[in-house]
Write a protein that binds this ligand. Structure first.
Ligand code: SF4
Length: 374
């Protein structure tokens, strides 16, 4: 289950997610709407049949919500739907919006995984990214989370920032590793239209690092991670043994998921359901027992097969030809034919037994490989 919390204190200039600064009463409206939606979903046979192994509060900035609201939502989840006894319950936390007391409340509410949006450990980069926190705030948040009892902490960092040099990226990554997180997500900044950063880059007010510099950052990442207890398991994700993100693994396996909150998407039994942005609409519909799902999109078998291949290849273990064949009655090799032959002969993909995976050489070129298979 994914719960989209659409509030941010201020908009970061690189961000294209749906979020806005909360107005008076918005937190109450959100809480009321999500709980009403949960009660409504509990009457759907499609949802009654599901067991939820993971719950993920994402956003936006879920840590802007008072932690007692998170607690009430989790209580409603457990009392209306089938939640696994050992569910992974993650919450995204912005280090500038959390304190020791809130962390303790979240932990007591049942959150057992924190995903801290650090992005950089250099204040000057944080300022350029429009983040509302400092590097010290991030360090303090990790230390306080440990004291509150969290033993599964993930840190998000971004590289390839405007003007960033290799040495600065190394500083951020070394600082992150020194905090001994159980999980790291390392993303290359990809400015998307119509974000302000995209426009600044388009008019050359800012420039991204040269491709060679970005490749050097990736190489450097591999060296630094090799000396840690983290293992890469997905293009951008690294975990200590036993701490991979179960919630995201389900996405990469093209599994079913239920989305709540304005702007959230669900995928159930080969259909996709979208809730449009807009808190007022979401609240009005959920509270009058009307489904807020706008339209359902039925994916055809081939489209769904290709999605499973492309998303599954993000994981280092790749995709199982046998599992794909059982799920879609399509054969990986004959479906892609000469395209697959070429990617294999170029050394970008390889077979690991009956699994198809990206090679070391293919990992930095994953986007190009995916574009051929999608
Ligand atoms: S805090 Fe996250 S969701 Fe909010 S504006 Fe910044 S990047 Fe976007």
């Amino acid at each position: 289950m994914y719960i989209h919390v659409p509030f941010c204190r201020q908009k970061c200039p690189y961000c294209s997610f749906y979020s806005f600064p909360p107005q008076r009463g918005d937190f109450d409206r959100f809480l009321q709407a999500v709980c009403a939606h949960l009660h409504l979903l509990a009457q759907e046979p499609l949802v009654q049949a599901l067991q939820f192994d993971t719950i993920f509060f994402g956003g936006g900035t879920p840590s802007l919500l008072p932690p007692t609201y998170i607690s009430q939502i989790l209580h409603t989840c457990r009392s209306t739907l089938h939640c696994a006894a050992v569910a992974e319950i993650s919450i995204e936390v912005n280090p500038g919006t959390i304190d020791a007391f809130s962390l303790c409340t979240l932990q007591q509410a049942g959150c057992n995984r924190l995903s801290l949006g650090v992005q950089s450990f250099l204040d000057q980069e944080l300022k350029q990214l429009g983040r509302v926190h400092s590097a010290q705030d991030a360090v303090t948040a990790v230390l306080e989370a440990r004291r509150a009892g969290f033993n599964n902490i993930s840190l998000d960092l971004m590289y390839g920032l405007p003007g960033q040099r290799l040495a600065n990226w190394r500083l951020s990554l070394e600082q992150a590793l020194s905090l001994a997180p159980e999980h790291l997500s390392l993303y290359e900044l990809t400015p998307e239209e119509p974000s302000p950063l995209y426009q600044d880059l388009a008019c050359a007010a800012l420039t991204l690092p040269h491709e060679d510099e970005v490749l050097a950052m990736m190489d450097s990442t591999a060296q630094l991670i090799a000396d840690s207890s983290l293992v890469r398991y997905e293009i951008s994700n690294y975990a200590r043994p036993g701490h991979i993100c179960r919630h995201n693994i389900n996405y990469w396996q093209n599994g079913s998921y239920l989305g709540l909150g304005p702007g959230a998407v669900s995928a159930l039994q080969g259909r996709r359901y979208r809730i449009p942005p807009g808190l007022a609409r979401y609240q009005r519909l959920a509270c009058t027992q009307t489904t807020p799902w706008l339209a359902e999109e039925q994916l055809d078998v081939e489209q769904s097969f290709r999605e499973s291949v492309v998303m599954g290849l993000r994981m280092l273990k790749g995709v199982s030809a046998g599992a794909l064949s059982a799920r879609y009655q399509l054969d990986l090799f004959s479906y892609y034919g000469t395209v697959l032959d070429r990617l294999l002969s170029q050394g970008l993909l390889c077979w690991q037994g009956e699994r198809l995976a990206l090679t070391e050489q293919g990992l930095p070129l994953a986007n190009q490989v995916m574009a051929e298979l999608v």
